[in-house]
Design a protein around this ligand. Structure first.
Ligand code: PMP
Ligand code: GLU
Length: 409
């Protein structure tokens, strides 16, 4: 009791990450021999390409084990700026780049730098959205304003919806295409429509989370909102190496915030300098290696995700009461499963929420999915399945779900 009372309200109130907790639970269950098929992991099941690993081994052997500049190793920042100019048409220089411990930290720093906790600042979050946006905005002292995307529009918001939601308290908007948890994407045209609304509201900073940029397979090209000239100086582009290069555990992320004499990147660096100083020194060389020499590795992994997307989508569409758009990027699907609410499992358990759906599915059928609640209010009729697992697991897991659904009454 004593210990709990010493916790600050923010420590008491922050929720654990549902995605990380569930993935850890699946690992623990399987270590104990439970034989669970997990569709929870938001990480590629591939190993980091060997040539990227070798750069870190070489850096360690060369003694890159000391403190480095807070914003990140200059040559790694140059490699990132070159990549963003070449591939994303974003005008930027090395000083506009900050390298962080994962994309997560880049998002956190950006929010710390734009939200004033004493001003009632709002941040717009198109939903369904990744589970960590809300806690990060709240930790910065901001208020989350959810904008629900309609399932009929692939969960995307419209320009009219955006226009109506903007108040003079809005200081930011989170964009995420390809999207976690929906697996859908905004086209260039759709992003330009949103941009034309944002152009009229100069106080708003656009945080564009492009971590799934390389994992696209549905015919829609990835587009960076930071390439639109009229907005470029108030877009913070977030990315990292976790997803495209199978490097989740390395914790390499970055942000690019061009213009105004790199003021935003420098502010983020001031926060980082008081927090964790910088990313792990011997990992910097891996950045240029990954960005410049891994096209074939990325292509192979992307093709695997593309076939899995078709496989899992076909399985889900064949199931009673699963409704979802086809994934075109990332490695997630987010079906509406609410048709089953009010039904009972063969063991007599009532399914009345996505939480109870996920709990009973895990308990009775040994299949783990993430309940939709933490992805926003509009996620509460959904569950998220990650297809970052092999085809055999997808086939088997979907068969288990189908059999379990078949026994509901
Ligand atoms: N953004 C989104 C949408 C994500 O799903 C993730 C997954 N962890 C991240 C950012 C951050 O990834 P990381 O910190 O591993 O770079
Ligand atoms: N982003 C991934 C997911 O949504 C990894 C876990 C996490 O950081 O949330 O599952």
């Amino acid at each position: 009791m004593e210990a709990i009372n010493r916790l600050s309200p923010r420590a008491k109130n922050i929720k654990p990450s549902a995605t990380l907790s569930l993935s850890a639970k699946v690992k623990a269950l399987n270590a104990a021999g439970a034989g669970v098929i997990g569709f929870t992991a938001g990480e590629p099941d591939f190993d980091t390409p060997q040539h990227i690993k070798q750069t870190a081994i070489d850096a360690l052997n060369a003694g890159k084990t000391k403190y480095m500049p807070i914003q990140g190793d200059p040559s790694a920042r140059k490699a990132i700026a070159d990549k963003l100019q070449r591939e994303n048409s974003i005008s930027c220089c090395s000083d506009d780049i900050i390298i962080t411990s994962g994309g997560k930290q880049a998002l956190y720093l950006a929010l710390q730098c734009i939200v004033d906790p004493n001003r009632g600042d709002q941040v717009l979050v198109p939903t369904p959205a990744w589970v960590s946006y809300r806690p990060m905005i709240e930790l910065a002292g901001g208020e989350v304003v959810e904008l629900a995307g309609s399932i009929d529009n692939d969960f995307k918001i419209t320009a009219d919806q955006l226009e109506t939601a903007i108040t003079d308290r809005c200081v930011g908007i989170m964009l995420n295409s390809p999207c976690n948890p929906t697996g859908t994407m905004y086209s260039q045209h759709e992003q330009c429509d949103l941009a034309s609304v944002l152009e009229k509201h100069p106080k708003i900073t656009i945080i564009s989370d492009e971590i799934y940029e390389k994992l696209v397979f549905g015919g829609i090209d990835h587009f960076s909102v930071g390439s639109i000239d009229s907005l470029a100086e108030r877009v913070i582009t977030i990315n990292g190496l976790s997803k495209a290069y199978a490097m989740t555990g390395w914790r390499i992320g970055y942000a690019c915030a061009p213009g105004n004499d790199s003021q935003m990147a420098k502010a983020m660096a001031r926060v980082q300098g008081q927090l964790n100083s910088h990313m792990t020194s011997f990992c910097y060389d891996a950045i240029a290696e990954a960005l410049n020499n891994s096209a074939e590795d990325v292509e192979k992994m992307c093709q695997a995700f593309a076939s899995r997307a078709v496989l899992i989508y076909d399985h889900l569409c064949a199931m009673d009461g699963f409704i979802c758009p086809k994934p075109t990027g990332a490695f997630y699907v987010f079906p509406d499963i609410s048709k089953h609410f009010g039904r009972k499992t063969s063991k007599g358990k009532l399914i009345d929420s996505s939480m109870s759906f996920a709990e009973e599915l895990l308990d009775e059928a040994k299949v783990a999915v993430v309940p939709g609640d933490d992805f926003g209010e509009c996620g509460k009729n959904h569950v998220r399945l990650s297809f970052a697992c092999n085809e055999e697991q997808i086939n088997q897991g979907c068969k288990r779900i189908r059999d379990w659904l078949g026994a509901l009454s």
